[in-house]
Write a protein that binds this ligand. Structure first.
Ligand code: SF4
Ligand code: SF4
Length: 434
């Protein structure tokens, strides 16, 4: 056993209201600088939807980035660092348009427009150079699946669905969406670290935070192509890659990261996990359907005296051990099995877990038997779609989490509101194995 400590988090998606307070807190603190105007280390996406950078889940999109110019291969379009990217033959980079160019409005148009039949409109202009731009996507562009006709319907997760399910998804009466806040996952098996030719990206020994050494970075940007979550950004002004640092200067003085601290919905939980570093390679090699379970298996019980002894021998401090014992992340992920990794099939062993959103998936208790999910077709978001996000395609894993979430909700409702027959709650609890 090779025990290490990892700072990790849970985002409870039913509580996210998509307000972007987290994004703004992060932007103000870390990316309000020249060269990273376009970067959102924390972003909040609407699902189903295209996300940021656009269609980031499509693992082919940023690999198919070549076109031919004058008989020579070239990137599809310009953007931050396109020339250097060509030089290094790195074909998999998103470009500025994929991140949506930061924009403002030319408000003067409202005053200068000639009189006409319509109200004048302020044109969007680039925040970088004032050019008028056409906007095709942006934060929460897909809220009603109609806002981004170019991209939303291309959400790769929709490909898992049958034609009938896809059609239902776009019926006005059944429209459902939820918010997916994303930061770097500070993975246990980080693709960004593995890809860096300069050894500039590393995982801090004491807490597993993944950082880019600004001194060592040589602009290869292999980290940007390698990270399947597209959570490394290129600073076109400094020529270095940057990413979420989990506000480590705040962590070091006992404060939560800015996005956690400011979260209006209180959806974010921070905690320490202990894991067995010797088991990572085996876990990451398991078949897709077993990956969520494999990821749980590398986590170690902080209350186990043998684990604690090994942890101490590996240099884990008493303070960190105590934090691991009190960790809400351990409870959500391991004890309760409610929080699941995003796209575990990419095998980076992400250390940000999500409690999947109940509301858009909720199926009511069936008449008579007190059960639920007996009428899966009534769920507005098909489980197959949610399993594509949170179960590495394994519907059973996601359904097990939903069974518990629904059982607890029915139980509380029967106890507090009293409008459900006790059999409904009892049946739900039994079906969830609680
Ligand atoms: Fe690296 Fe991406 Fe994982 Fe963050 S999410 S640690 S950038 S591979
Ligand atoms: Fe969601 Fe919290 Fe961010 Fe608001 S601040 S968008 S509730 S994660």
């Amino acid at each position: 056993m090779n025990v290490r400590a990892q700072i990790s988090s849970v985002f409870h998606l039913d509580k996210c209201i998509g307000c972007h307070t987290c994004s703004v807190a992060c932007k103000n603190q870390w990316t309000d600088r020249r060269g990273v105007e376009y970067a959102w280390w924390n972003d909040v996406e609407t699902k189903p939807g295209a996300g940021y950078p656009v269609l980031w889940e499509d693992q082919e999109k940023y690999r198919g980035g070549w076109t031919v110019e004058g008989g020579r291969p070239a990137l599809r379009q310009g953007g931050p660092g396109a020339t250097l990217a060509r030089l290094f033959h790195n074909p998999a980079l998103p470009v500025l348009k994929d991140y949506y160019e930061p924009f403002t409005y030319r408000y003067q148009d409202l005053f200068d427009a000639p009189a006409g039949d319509d109200q004048p409109t302020a044109r969007p202009i680039s925040l970088l150079d004032g050019r008028p731009i056409d906007i095709e996507s942006g934060p929460n562009w897909d809220d009603d699946l109609g806002g981004s006709p170019v991209y939303a319907a291309q959400d790769p997760g929709l490909a898992r669905l049958t034609a009938a399910e896809r059609e239902q998804l776009f019926e006005v009466e059944r429209l459902a969406f939820f918010y997916l806040p994303r930061i770097c996952n500070h993975c246990l098996n980080p693709a960004c670290v593995a890809a860096c030719p300069s050894g500039a990206i590393y995982k801090r020994g004491e807490d597993g935070v993944v950082l880019v050494s600004q001194d060592k970075c040589r602009s290869w940007r292999m980290c940007i192509s390698a990270c399947p979550y597209k959570k490394v950004y290129y600073n076109w002004s400094t020529g270095k890659s940057e990413k979420c640092i989990l506000c480590y200067p705040r962590l070091e003085v006992g404060e939560a990261p800015a996005c956690f601290h400011t979260c209006v919905g209180r959806i974010r939980y921070l905690g320490v996990l202990l894991y067995d570093a010797d088991r990572l390679a085996a876990a990451a090699s398991r078949p897709d359907a077993e990956l969520v379970e494999a990821q749980r298996e590398v986590l170690l019980d902080p209350a186990d005296p043998a684990v604690a002894a090994e942890a101490r021998a590996s240099g884990v401090s008493e303070q960190v051990l105590e934090a691991a014992r009190r960790s809400p992340v351990w409870r959500f992920v391991k004890e309760w099995g409610l929080a699941l990794p995003l796209h575990a099939e990419w095998r980076t062993l992400p250390m940000l877990f999500y409690v999947p959103p109940l509301l858009p998936a909720l199926a009511g208790p069936a008449e008579g038997d007190g059960g639920f999910f007996t009428s899966l077709e009534r769920a507005r978001l098909p489980l197959r779609y949610l399993a594509g996000l949170f179960g590495a395609g394994n519907t059973e894993v996601v359904e097990a989490a939903y069974r518990k979430l629904i059982a607890v909700r029915l139980h509380r409702r029967a106890a507090q509101v009293g409008d459900l027959p006790p059999a409904a709650a009892a049946g739900a609890l039994a079906a969830a194995g609680l």
